[in-house]
Design a protein around this ligand. Structure first.
Ligand code: ADP
Ligand code: ZN
Length: 518
């Protein structure tokens, strides 16, 4: 039977080989045995039920909480000539009825349903008359109160499962801790079941946590070397989204906002623009990203602290689906922790206990001095064997030693003085780099003693230095014109009484392009 599955993989879907665990899961399902599948997003969960579905004579039911996702999946299946339908509230009565007729005729392989639809008596009655081979529950973590997205309707699926005692029960999720896993299996009363746990390590994601200190500048720094790349910046509140959106826009970035306070039309338009690469950056609340399958998202920034590890992992998981390197930056502050604590304190009993546990795990990751993959994967019940991953800030800390930047700071500051404190960061960098731009020549700045004395650094590096000098209070920026001015402290640097230390973001310089094994 597995030969047939392989053939379908090649002939119907056009893929060469199975991804890790797909083959095992498919075999289990084809044997009509239950399976719990835990695979990270992008791991290839869908094929685990789609291939058996086309091999089985009877119907495969797929319970999915997301209407948008259902539609996408069914449309994709149609492109592969696989007969599939869905039933949910987005259909017109006529469409709904047409799908029911198809089901009655037995002419479809797969039926996608929202849990609410499945729980309706008339749906259950319809299904009881059909030949059902597999009962699939997608996003199965919604069953568990220990998960991050508990949905009461999911609990009731247990009852429905009893309607099809001969069908294989397949539960899939991208996020399940050992506790949630147990919960799912127990709740669904899985028999002869096997748990399939794929590694959660996304090797191509570079993980970095930085202390939040002038976050807007930190984001601008980060974006500076990532021009034209697609990325998502998550903020905690709608207001924060709006503010950051304006700030980025002002700096000339190609950016759109996304949060539940915007109309559906605007949200959809912004999301589409992002997917089609009409816009590079989306600044969003956690409302953004569900069901988005854009392969070349090159970075995910957490401007504010995520709620817990599960949501963090899910959100960074939207980056680098193509397997190429992608960068994840989280800005961490204790005041954000206080906000989360405040919400936790509003909860009671069990719920409070769970939330506290979640925060503790998150802090373990954020405060880690060892490889970040250890606490992260540990949360998902996985032991990270290596000492270093080479793809997180802690593993690179030897590399990223604090540098003495005094000489460059002196050059930069004196160039600002010589151009009368009237220009912004880019212009100063141009003068230092001996640019022949019209503006520089018109201003006779090629006559200055600081003209062309900064060839040792790229423009990027000089601009990064300006941000560092701003953060360290040597400079201030004119809010209206963006021109840089010296602060009192800068005199000490210029007359050699004070050294400047810091780390320019080297990870930024090596981003992009290089393929990393998954
Ligand atoms: P998940 O549901 O786990 O997030 P999907 O099922 O959506 O992941 O699969 C992610 C992507 O990987 C899809 O574009 C899918 O077509 C592709 N994919 C899945 N299995 C394979 C495979 N064996 N070979 C190549 N591509 C695959
Ligand atoms: Zn590491």
């Amino acid at each position: 039977m597995i030969k047939e599955a392989k053939k379908k993989l090649n002939d119907v879907f056009g893929y060469e080989t199975f991804r890790p665990l797909q083959e095992e899961v498919i075999e289990q399902v084809l044997n009509k045995k239950d399976a719990l599948v835990i695979m990270p997003t992008g791991g290839g969960k869908s094929l685990c039920y789609q291939i058996p579905a086309i091999i089985f004579d009877g119907l495969t039911i797929v319970v999915s909480p997301l209407i948008s996702l259902m539609k996408d999946q069914v449309e994709q299946l149609h492109q592969f000539d696989i007969p599939a339908v869905y039933l949910n509230s987005s259909l017109t009565p006529e469409e709904y009825q047409a799908n029911i007729e198809k089901l009655k005729k037995g002419s479809v392989d797969m039926l996608y349903l929202a849990p609410e639809t499945l729980l309706m008596p008339k749906t259950r009655e319809l299904l009881s008359g059909l030949d059902i081979d597999c009962f699939t529950i997608d996003e199965a973590h919604c069953i568990s109160e220990w998960g991050h997205d508990f949905r009461p309707e999911y609990r009731q699926l247990v009852e429905v499962r009893k309607d099809f005692p001969d069908a294989a029960c397949l539960a899939l999720t991208a996020t399940a801790t050992p506790r949630v896993r147990e919960d799912i299996k127990q709740t669904l009363g899985m028999k002869d079941s096997e748990t399939y746990l794929a590694s959660f390590d996304r090797k191509n994601l570079f993980l970095k946590v930085a202390d939040k200190d002038g976050p807007t500048d930190q984001v601008l720094d980060f974006l500076y070397t990532r021009k034209k790349q697609s990325g998502i910046i998550y903020c905690f509140s709608r207001r924060q989204v709006d503010e950051l959106y304006v700030d980025l826009k002002k700096e000339g970035h190609s950016v759109k906002p996304y949060h539940a306070g915007l109309s559906e039309t605007v949200r959809n338009r912004n999301q589409e623009a992002f997917i089609r690469d009409d816009v590079n950056i989306i600044v969003a609340t956690i409302a953004f990203g569900m069901g988005i399958n854009k392969p070349d998202v090159r970075f995910v920034v957490h401007y504010d602290m995520p709620k817990n590890i599960e949501s963090y992992y899910q959100q960074i998981g939207r980056a680098g689906r193509d397997g190429l390197r992608a960068d994840c930056l989280l800005l961490f502050s204790y005041s954000d922790t206080q906000k989360i604590r405040y919400f936790i304190n509003q909860k009671e009993d069990e719920e409070k206990k769970i939330a506290e546990q979640h925060l503790k795990s998150l802090l373990k990751f954020l405060e880690a001095t060892e490889c970040r993959r250890k606490p992260l994967l540990n949360y998902f019940g996985e032991e990270y064997e290596k000492d270093e991953c080479g793809m997180c800030d802690n593993c690179l800390s030897l590399d990223a030693e604090v540098e003495d930047l005094t000489v460059q700071a002196q050059k930069y500051l004196s160039c600002i003085v010589r151009t009368d404190e009237t220009y912004g960061a880019n212009y100063i960098a141009d003068v230092l780099r001996g640019s022949k731009s019209k503006k520089v020549l018109e201003n006779d700045h090629n006559e200055l003693s600081t003209y062309g004395i900064g060839m040792e650094w790229s423009k990027d590096q000089w601009v990064q230095l300006s941000r560092l000098l701003l953060r360290q209070d040597y400079l201030e920026k004119d809010q209206k014109y963006g021109s840089l001015k010296l602060k009192e402290q800068a005199r000490n640097v210029l007359n050699g009484h004070e050294n400047v230390f810091g780390t320019l973001d080297r990870t930024a310089a090596t981003v992009n392009g290089k393929a990393v094994d998954r």
